[in-house]
Design a protein around this ligand. Structure first.
Ligand SMILES: Cc1cc2nc3c(=O)[nH]c(=O)nc-3n(C[C@H](O)[C@H](O)[C@H](O)COP(=O)(O)OP(=O)(O)OC[C@H]3O[C@@H](n4cnc5c(N)ncnc54)[C@H](O)[C@@H]3O)c2cc1C
Length: 555
């Protein structure tokens, strides 16, 4: 890497400006050179800012030295579970988990929280108020709330509640001028006042307003017609002419640390319904899937998840693995709960397992929804159905669905997870045609892949296992991705519902949106970050050759 500041000199020069720790040891640089993607970028230093002043000073330091050291930049990192390569970088890594880890205030309707708080620590606090932030991802035991905002994450509950973007009331962010700003929805009068300011913030509001107002119809029309999307910047949600509301948080959510560093979050919370149950449907083949989806959706389930026979096989093969999450007691409980299902599985492994979840204020309400849906599905092509009338009973299948990617990452040692077609979304009505065509491409490239996902949103996670260090295997990435992406766009879908662009999908944004809209994304990035100091290699400024030259070599 061409830089005038080596890791050692960078640490020595930066340390006097900040109170937090700076780590330049080889062990840490190695650890932070990976996230959950198939890429690697080795940072020079990992900085753990102590407070907002530290964050501001890191940005000011980069601004000061950027001319003499053009390769200097900042990558924000929280738990580092990003699957797209968004949480790795070759320069300064800013780790929010060490000191930005306070749940500051929680009520039944909202919460203030720092970005480095793990979701697993946040949820128990909100549940004390019978409330939650229901857009949690399958990585809920690993990820932070800051990463969820920066990726606009979603998960099993997004069918009912939407994604993280729906739950952000206010954000505090350190921008490229090294100052912290608060962003929340504002009305026309407030917008006018902001635009009249003669400072960086005033310029920011003037230029973003001009961008979204002068291309209003084009930008609104660019919004993907799917129920969840994490590609590009959410420009279409910033300015609502009719309501006169201007909301800058909409582009910061999902921006993967490319516009600034999030230092504080005010979340809206949803009331958690106290009762839940799941109808588990085992399908022997895909016949009639479209009608099944349509029928289930008429019942308005809270979540509607699925996983395939490969995922099920994997979970059964590595059942003891669940001990790490569940403990011995939990593992035994899981094993015992699966005994009745063994009878169903003995008749042949189902091709697809559907989990249809209902929640409600009483157990009776949940049970009657389960019974009604079961009755409607009685005459469809199903191998079996099983009602799990409580959340506790449904847990055995949910854990398989949530843990499938982690299982692959940890357990299959001779090959590695290669997330590159890992987050496709198409309108669910197209799934019966889309899924077999998708499987044909997966088979054509001999990709050994599990398929799991959010059936109700038409959002699928395809995780191939590959020997990615083998050039022959690596050569499959581009053509397979081209075919899959073409298929997704043919059915009016999006290349990512939850996992965002990062290094892997950033280079495909033009294919999805066209060059004019990507031009708007690039302009937004320039307005916020004129010198490209925040995560410069991802999203709208990503480059395929750069990404491909950083495929992970070490495992
Ligand atoms: C097993 C597994 C399952 C997963 N399942 C899902 C899923 O169901 N749904 C889903 O949406 N995702 C999923 N993911 C991806 C990932 O876990 C989520 O996107 C998660 O929300 C990222 O959180 P994190 O704390 O790990 O963020 P990180 O990986 O640390 O960062 C994510 C992005 O946010 C940026 N960032 C982090 N902190 C800040 C900050 N303070 N300011 C500005 N930018 C910041 C980073 O630069 C990066 O671009 C999964 C990952 C794994 C490993």
């Amino acid at each position: 890497m061409n830089t005038n500041l080596t890791a050692t000199s960078l640490k020595a020069k930066l340390q006097p400006f900040i109170k937090g720790e700076i780590d330049d040891t080889d062990t840490s640089r190695e650890l932070y050179s990976h996230d959950a993607s198939l890429f690697e970028l080795r940072p020079q230093v990992i900085v753990a800012p102590k407070d907002v002043d530290d964050v501001k000073n890191i940005v000011k330091f980069v601004n000061k030295h950027k001319k003499s050291t053009p390769s200097l930049y900042i990558t924000a990192r929280s738990a580092g579970t990003d699957m797209s390569g968004g949480a790795i970088g070759e320069s300064i890594m800013v780790d929010f988990t060490k000191h930005f880890n306070q749940v500051e205030r929680v009520s039944a309707t909202s919460a203030n929280v720092q970005p480095g708080v793990h979701y697993r620590d946040f949820e128990p606090e909100t549940l004390k108020h019978k409330a939650w932030m229901p857009s949690f991802p399958a990585s809920r035991e690993l990820c932070t709330v800051g990463g969820m905002v920066a990726n606009n994450s979603g998960g099993e509950m997004s069918l009912r509640y939407g994604k993280t973007i729906n739950f952000v009331n206010e954000l505090r962010v350190v921008l490229s001028d090294g100052k912290e700003y608060a962003f929340s929805p504002i009305n026309k009068t407030e917008l006018k006042t902001k635009m009249a300011q003669k400072d960086f913030e005033g310029e920011l509001y003037r230029r973003v307003f001009k961008l979204v107002d002068s291309h209003y119809d084009k930008i609104k029309a660019a919004k993907p017609h799917v129920s969840k999307n994490s590609t590009g910047y959410n420009l279409w949600d910033v300015w609502d002419k009719e309501k006169g509301v201007f909301d800058m948080t909409k582009v910061i959510v999902g921006s993967q640390g490319t516009l600034g560093l999030i230092t504080d979050i005010k979340y809206r919370l949803a009331a958690k319904e106290p009762y839940g149950g799941v109808l588990v449907c085992f399908m022997k083949n895909m016949e009639g899937l479209g009608d099944i989806i349509n029928t289930v959706m008429t019942q308005h389930p809270t979540s509607f998840e699925s996983f395939d026979n490969y995922t099920l096989n994997l979970s059964i093969k590595f059942l003891p693995y669940f001990r790490y999450n569940l403990g011995w007691k939990g593992l035994i409980k899981l094993g015992l709960q699966l005994v009745p299902d063994a009878l169903i599985l003995l008749k042949g492994i189902p091709k697809l397992i559907l989990l249809v979840e209902f929640t409600g204020q009483t157990q009776e309400e949940v049970s009657s929804k389960l019974r009604a849906t079961r009755a409607l599905l009685q005459h469809f092509n199903l191998q079996a159905m099983e009602e799990e009338e409580t959340e506790a009973k449904a847990w055995k299948f949910r854990i398989m669905r949530r843990e499938s990617f982690n299982l692959l990452r940890k357990k299959v040692k001779d090959k590695h997870t290669a997330p590159f077609i890992d987050d496709l979304v198409v309108p669910p009505k197209h799934l019966p045609k889309f899924l077999p065509e998708l499987r044909a491409i997966v088979n054509k490239y001999k990709l050994q892949a599990t398929v799991a996902g959010h059936m109700g949103d038409g959002n699928f996670h395809i995780i191939p296992l590959m020997k990615i260090e083998d050039p022959k295997e690596r050569a499959k990435l581009e053509p397979a991705m081209r075919e899959v992406n073409t298929l997704v766009l043919k059915y009016g879908g999006s290349l990512s519902g939850e996992h965002n662009d990062g290094l892997i999908r950033g280079p495909w944004l033009t294919r999805m949106y066209g060059s004019e809209v990507v031009g708007y994304f690039k302009e937004l990035k320039k307005i916020f970050d004129p010198d490209n100091i925040f995560n410069p290699h991802i999203k709208a400024t990503a480059d395929w050759d750069f990404s491909m030259s950083h495929i992970r070599q070490r495992f």
